[in-house]
Design a binder for this molecule. Structure first.
Ligand code: NAD
Length: 502
């Protein structure tokens, strides 16, 4: 679905009047300090608008109202089918307002408008729908207690959930957290990335229209060290669900330990490898998956396939095919519906990726494709899809998350060596194995320490399966019924029936 031409999208972007205050208790309010900060478009570096700079006092207001609503039971204790109805409606409203949400998403993140419209919005809407559908299908349990007792194991919502998310997929990543948290009956305070607030604020407004009571879903915009930290330390927050960088993720563990010992779930970064054996059946399909796996969203995907580990016998053929796919990608203006690879989210990240390209040269990697900044729109932050060959496992470009459209290529000779290379970083988010040998595929999949292993495919992302990491990629899982579980606490109710016959 491509609704408009580039010119029409640009006009719509000009006409936008995004609401950019805090969303607390069902209404937009300025920050208590009245301070604001600018949000910029990565397309051309221009100022889109200013956003309320929420801080500790605003987080406190939002958390207290979320807690109050939870205690009142306006959402936590209503008939689950009422929750279901509201979340269904939210999903429908997102689709009815898809063009606006997509535009808000694209102007702040730099996602190609076609992806925002055809992937981000429908995928997030489907997530709310999926958890709504689950609400009346999850049963509690009765334990095998002695006949003199009835022991019930029931699930209850945790209370107030603090969701702290990054800038790369604001609608999708927040949906992975908000949808199960709300479905389970919790109240939520969402702290979006300071770079990407607008679609989350519009979502919160739609949630009210959908029938989610005021104060159940609140959005506090602001900087991480201020609003994010305050949420992490708030004593009335029962769980933090975080997606972002490993360094900040660990801060949330510290905040939790130093405050009320709240639960913390962390989805952190990755350095995900493709492992391609010489017997790969469809080299074109493999090349396409590799190129899309790292160039989609300009590589700003936590599970982007940023490393290619390839058997030396097939390397040249495979790289030739990957370059062919990469060269055919339409790179450019995010507002052009034809664009497939677009901007880097902000200047800082743009500079960081370029620094890694310099490091790559110092580490004697060969730039065999791309390797430069470019500027299809003046003032914007763009980097060419790039392939680095001859990358040594211990080099920084093989070890550190670049979070840009940069593929690092390393060869192997044996399966053992391939697994050692795959496991040879601090991360463990995702991996893929390409071979026709089913036994080898299973063995490698088992041996690779990653939360998701794809076999003969990559980045098939579906709400039906859990997503999260091993090692420094974090713990806890988004998506699937496991995520729904994780926003509940088990309660045991032991009822003494006595031994007297009736
Ligand atoms: P980030 O860690 O800088 O920021 C994430 C969130 O944390 C933002 O909302 C930010 O405001 C907040 N934050 C920053 N400093 C904070 C502090 N001191 N205290 C409290 N909150 C703070 O990450 P980013 O740059 O927005 O996103 C990129 C990172 O996210 C990459 O490392 C990427 O791999 C990771 N990521 C992981 C996944 C996953 O599911 N594993 C998904 C997407 C992104």
């Amino acid at each position: 679905m491509n609704k408009f031409t580039k010119e029409q999208w640009l006009q719509k972007a000009k006409d936008l009047k995004p609401k950019a205050d805090l969303f607390i208790n069902g209404e937009f309010v300025p920050a208590a300090s009245n301070e604001r900060f600018e949000t910029l478009s990565p397309r051309d570096g221009s100022v889109i608008t200013t956003v309320a700079r929420g801080a500790e006092i605003d987080i406190d207001n939002a958390v207290r109202i979320a807690h109050q609503r939870f205690e009142e039971g306006v959402w936590s204790r209503i008939d689950p089918r009422e929750r279901q109805k509201a979340l269904y409606r939210l999903s429908e409203l997102m689709l009815e307002n898809a063009a606006e949400l997509a535009l808000l998403e694209a102007i702040e993140t730099g996602h190609p408008i076609g992806d925002a419209l055809n992937v981000d919005v429908p995928s997030a809407a489907r997530t709310y729908r999926w958890y709504a559908e689950a609400i009346d299908k999850v049963y509690d349990q009765i334990a095998p207690a002695p006949v003199s007792a009835l022991a019930l194991i029931s699930r209850e919502p945790l209370g107030v959930i603090g969701a702290v998310v990054p800038w790369n997929y604001p609608l999708i990543i927040s949906a992975w957290k908000l949808a199960p948290a709300l479905a389970a009956g919790n109240s939520v305070v969402l702290k979006p990335s300071e770079d990407t607030n607008l679609s989350s604020l519009r979502l919160a407004e739609l949630a009210i229209e959908a029938g989610i009571p005021a104060g159940v879903l609140n959005v506090v915009t602001g900087y991480g060290a201020e609003a994010g930290q305050a949420l992490g330390r708030h004593p009335l927050v029962d769980k933090i669900t975080f997606t972002g960088s490993p360094g900040v993720g660990k801060m949330f563990q510290k905040y939790a330990g130093e405050s009320n010992g709240k639960q913390v779930a962390l989805e952190l970064g990755g350095k995900s490898p493709h492992i391609v054996f010489e017997d790969v059946e469809d080299i074109e399909a493999c090349a396409s998956a590799i190129a899309w796996g790292i160039f989609y969203n300009a590589g700003q995907t936590c599970h982007g396939g940023s490393r290619l580990l390839v058997h030396e016998a097939i390397k040249d053929r495979l790289l030739e095919a990957v370059i062919r796919v990469g060269a055919a990608l339409v790179t450019g203006d995010p507002m052009d519906p034809k664009t497939q690879v677009s901007a880097i989210v902000n200047k800082k990240q743009h500079t960081r990726v370029l620094e890694y390209l310099e490091i790559a040269k110092q580490e004697n990697a060969n730039v065999i494709f791309g390797g430069n900044a470019h500027q299809p729109v003046a003032g914007g932050y763009f980097i060419e899809p790039t392939i680095l060959d001859n990358v040594k496992i211990n080099s920084r470009i093989a070890q550190e998350e670049i979070f840009g459209p940069v593929l690092a290529v390393t060869t192997f000779k044996t399966a053992k060596e391939a697994v050692e290379l795959a496991n040879g970083t601090e991360y463990g988010l995702a991996a893929s194995v390409w071979t026709q040998d089913i036994t080898l595929a299973h063995k490698v999949a088992k041996a690779v320490r990653a939360g998701t292993v794809w076999v003969n495919t990559y980045d098939v992302s579906d709400i039906i399966v859990p997503f999260g990491g091993f090692k420094n990629s974090g713990f806890g899982r988004d998506r699937s019924l496991h995520a729904l579980d994780s926003y509940t606490a088990l309660k045991t109710t032991w009822i003494n029936l006595g031994n007297e016959p009736i």
